[in-house]
Design a protein around this ligand. Sequence first.
Ligand code: SF4
Ligand code: SF4
Length: 205
Amino acid sequence: MEATVHQQQSSVLPGSHSPEMEEIRQMVQACIQCGTCTGSCANEFAMDLTPRKLWRMVLMGREEEIFASRTFCLCSACYYCTLRCPRGLPLTEAMYRLKQVAAQRKVKAYRASEAFYSSFLESVRRHGRVRESEFMTLYFKAMKNPLLPFRFASLGLKLMAKGKVDFKLPGKGNLRLASLFQRVAEIESQRFGNQVKPGTTGKNH
Ligand code: SF4
Ligand code: SF4
């Protein structure tokens, strides 16, 4: 028993406060802070912490700064940083894990992203493809902000005028993908605990 406790203690370095963050820290442990990931990221201009700084924060166990940041929310999983990292680190997977931890902890800064992913996938689950108007309706509902639709009204009208968006009310769909989504939920539950809805954390986006 003592050995087990010692093993658990020694696997978590000072500054790293939780097993899930320790797992992410180990993914980027060999980072040499060269900045290639930052220089490779097409979304870096919009990030408050550059990817290089984010990995430094992870190594230092600075969870408050990490989850106050929107950097991992803005990762679009293009894998370019992963391909170019001279240490061969699984950076996109690490970003994905940060999204999952943020979803599990219900981090405020990640709420809009989680609502976006969940609504997108709920529409895909119902119909096998996304229905844009349904997706946005689900998203607005999840965000519980009555003024939010007005921010998108002009863009929505332009897209409708060009025939890019079908106006269809939300429906239940044929649910042919329900068993597939259920299986993903089971796998995610086994791997990460049962607090994350299937596919809500953006690995495929
Ligand atoms: S490219 Fe790799 S080694 Fe370089 S800063 Fe980014 S994570 Fe670290
Ligand atoms: S995977 Fe994410 S962090 Fe890496 S380059 Fe692409 S968008 Fe940037």
